[in-house]
Ligand binder design. Structure first.
Ligand code: 5RP
Length: 248
């Protein structure tokens, strides 16, 4: 397996350990390749139907169904979810997140905010000093507002492009019928402030900046252990065996 995926798989194993005893819990699932590994691990352990899922994208709903999950909510996000499980495109030293690589940022943010416990799984290549260092900041934007938002971003001095679909002509359209604009901000010393500025533009539905919000961040090191960054500031280092067994 690719070392990054392997690191994410080990982090996912640890994440499943965290939720396994939460029988009948509701779990909001983010979107992307890491979340798929988490779902695979639930399926491998035969516990996929112990939970109620709140899906944040069509893609995640399909992955859940293929894994055998029966109880999946897709239409409306409940306000009292037990656990949110997701990944990120970048994680800075204060555990702020940059998300939206899969264009599911708005639903992910609502699901995250609606959850009591927030678990983020990643491999170490996602760790950065400052958000915006390796990726642009995605904005989910209502389609009618496209050119207005682009103009306002230009006024702020940002280079911005709407995200093009890879296998369909035209822009990526989100599960909410919106488009995504990727804004090249460069490294962000104060992501909370930039989040506020970008969100204040009329037509911007949400940004991919997820300021720190009590996340438990589980990071698989390449070829190494899993580091767990806890909400109380503590860091635990855990070894996960190749057979998927937590060695501690
Ligand atoms: C989707 C996201 C994803 O969590 C993010 O892009 C990371 O994806 P992956 O697990 O494939 O690296 O924000 O909108």
């Amino acid at each position: 397996m690719d070392p990054k995926l392997e690191a994410r798989r080990k982090a996912s194993i640890y994440a499943v350990d965290l939720v396994e005893s939460c029988i009948s819990c509701s779990i909001a699932m983010g979107s992307g390749s890491t979340v798929k590994l988490f779902i695979e691990e639930l399926s491998r352990r035969g516990i996929i139907n112990m939970y109620r899922y709140i899906s944040t994208s069509l893609d995640t709903s399909i992955v859940l169904r293929k894994a055998g999950a029966k109880n999946i909510e897709t239409a409306i996000c409940p306000e009292d979810i037990d656990v949110y499980v997701d990944s990120a495109d970048e994680i800075d030293t204060r555990l702020n997140l940059l998300k939206g690589g899969g264009a599911a940022l708005f639903r992910e943010k609502i699901a995250m905010l609606s959850s009591r416990r927030r678990i983020i799984i990643a491999d170490e290549t996602k760790l950065v000093e400052m958000l915006g260092s390796t990726k642009p900041v995605p904005l989910e934007v209502e389609i009618y507002s496209l050119y207005y938002v682009m103009r306002e971003l230009r006024k702020l001095g940002y280079e911005a492009n709407y995200r093009e679909s890879q296998s369909k002509l035209g822009p990526v359209v989100t599960d909410n019928g919106n488009i995504v604009i990727d804004v090249k901000t460069g490294p962000l010393r104060n992501p909370e402030e930039i989040d506020r500025i970008l969100k204040s533009i009329e037509g911007v539905v949400s940004t991919g900046i997820f300021p720190y919000n009590g996340y438990e961040v589980i990071v698989g090191m390449l070829g190494g252990p899993v580091k767990v960054f806890k909400p109380n500031g503590g860091i635990e280092v855990v070894s996960i065996g190749n057979n998927g067994v937590n060695l501690h």
